[in-house]
Design a binder for this molecule. Structure first.
Ligand code: NAG
Ligand code: NAG
Ligand code: NAG
Length: 373
């Protein structure tokens, strides 16, 4: 057989790669040879990678259509983004090269597919529009409590396949990523009749506590949890103001959520043996980024939606008729609620091993390292 020069060059490249990767392996060989931890993802549209594609109903937020995914290699997947989302970039950071594990509802038709996926890379249960409270956008998403039930069903199938000992071991070194609360706060702020804020935070935290405790009971140990970002500065909130200013009230609700969540997690860690967590502060990251967007991160527009129409790109439905900005990597917001893949990448970077002020008490990288120890 005659090898063409392309084949030879490819082979040389292969040899070079081998040499480099052996060097990279070097001292850390043992750690590198350990496969990346599976990741199980819960929450809302910031993390959803397509579960909502499988929900029916006229009001289900579904984005498996152009121009969502315009920068995603291939096709619109159901990510609320122009490309990858925060779950994808965090997955890549922990070593899952393809990004987020797949949506549960895309594999749920096959028990063996559920098992093989859950045992190797994990699973995503996140659903656009979902809240911590079942009542938030009820009927049009998978609420957090039901996401936990789906995880329970997944775990039962894993146990049936490989036994509970192996599943407990696997889960104890896996990562649970959760991002929820934004839709609950938004529903609370949008309500015509303001209900009692203290009671609202009370039920929010008791429901969140129940969900996290259930996951712990089912074997999860390592929790990477994001707070709610500057909700009052989303284009959809700014456009409510004649001058396009951020809503101080909505930002206050998000700030208060952070305080409540921080003490909830500290309480859980004190009560549940082996419970580890990292609380990521997307609120603080956004405050810092918006203070000087260009210097900190190269964003030239942190107020308006890239994709949309009307004032701040936030008034029109996102359709094939809507305009799309050309410089998507310089926009913070993709549509009137969701961030661009560039902003998602910045978040993952900050939460994984960025400045200490963006994670409490440890960062995601330390969380993963503790699971491997
Ligand atoms: C959530 O909180 C409400 C009000 O406190 C409660 O009635 C409901 O049972 C809770 N749901 C879950 C799943 O814990
Ligand atoms: C998981 O599902 C089983 C079987 O339906 C049920 O008995 C158990 O209470 C569930 N566990 C949690 C933590 O939800
Ligand atoms: C797109 O524009 C066309 C022509 O102006 C209009 O007829 C159609 O309703 C628009 N479609 C959407 C989804 O806005």
């Amino acid at each position: 057989m005659i090898m063409g020069s392309n084949t030879l060059m490819a082979m040389e490249g292969f040899v070079v790669c081998l040499v480099i990767s052996r060097e990279v392996l070097g001292a850390a060989a043992a750690a590198v040879l350990q496969p990346p931890p599976p990741m199980y993802v819960f929450g809302d549209s910031y993390l959803d990678v397509g579960n909502n594609n499988y929900l029916s109903g006229p009001n289900v937020p579904r984005v498996n259509r152009p121009y969502y995914g315009i920068d995603f290699p291939g096709f619109p997947t159901g990510r609320f983004s122009n490309g990858y989302n925060t779950a994808d970039y965090i997955a890549k950071k922990i070593g899952l090269a393809a990004g987020s594990p797949p949506p549960y509802l895309s594999v749920a038709w096959s028990s063996s597919l559920v098992v093989s996926t859950a045992l190797t890379i994990g699973m995503s249960y996140a659903s656009g529009g979902a809240g911590i409270l079942d009542s938030t956008n009820a009927g049009d998403n998978i609420p957090l409590s039901k996401q936990v039930q789906y995880f329970n069903a997944t775990r039962s199938k894993m146990v049936a396949a490989v036994g509970s000992g192996a599943v407990d071991t696997l889960l104890s070194r896996s990562v649970v990523l959760i991002g929820a609360g934004g839709n609950d706060l938004s529903a609370f702020a949008n309500a015509q009749q303001q209900s009692d804020a203290a009671a609202f935070y009370g039920s929010l935290m008791s429901n969140y506590s129940a969900a996290i405790t259930d996951l712990y009971t089912l074997g999860a140990r390592n929790f990477a949890i994001t707070n709610v970002a500057l909700a009052g500065c989303l284009p959809v909130a700014r456009v409510l103001d004649a001058a396009g200013s951020c809503s101080d009230y909505r930002n206050y609700l998000a700030d208060r959520f952070h305080d409540a969540l921080r003490s909830l997690l500290a309480d859980l860690a004190a009560r549940l043996p082996g419970f580890l967590y990292s609380l990521a502060d997307s609120f603080a990251l956004m405050v810092d980024t918006f203070y000087d967007p260009q210097a900190s991160s190269g964003f030239t527009d942190v107020a308006s939606a890239c994709y949309g129409g009307g004032r701040l790109g936030a008034e029109a439905e996102c359709s094939l008729n809507s305009t799309i900005c050309a410089n998507r990597d310089q926009h913070y917001f993709w549509d009137n609620v969701h961030i661009t893949q560039q902003a998602a990448k910045q978040r993952a970077q900050a939460f994984y091993d960025g400045p200490a002020k963006y994670t409490t008490p440890i960062n995601f990288k330390q969380l993963v390292q503790m699971t491997a120890a």
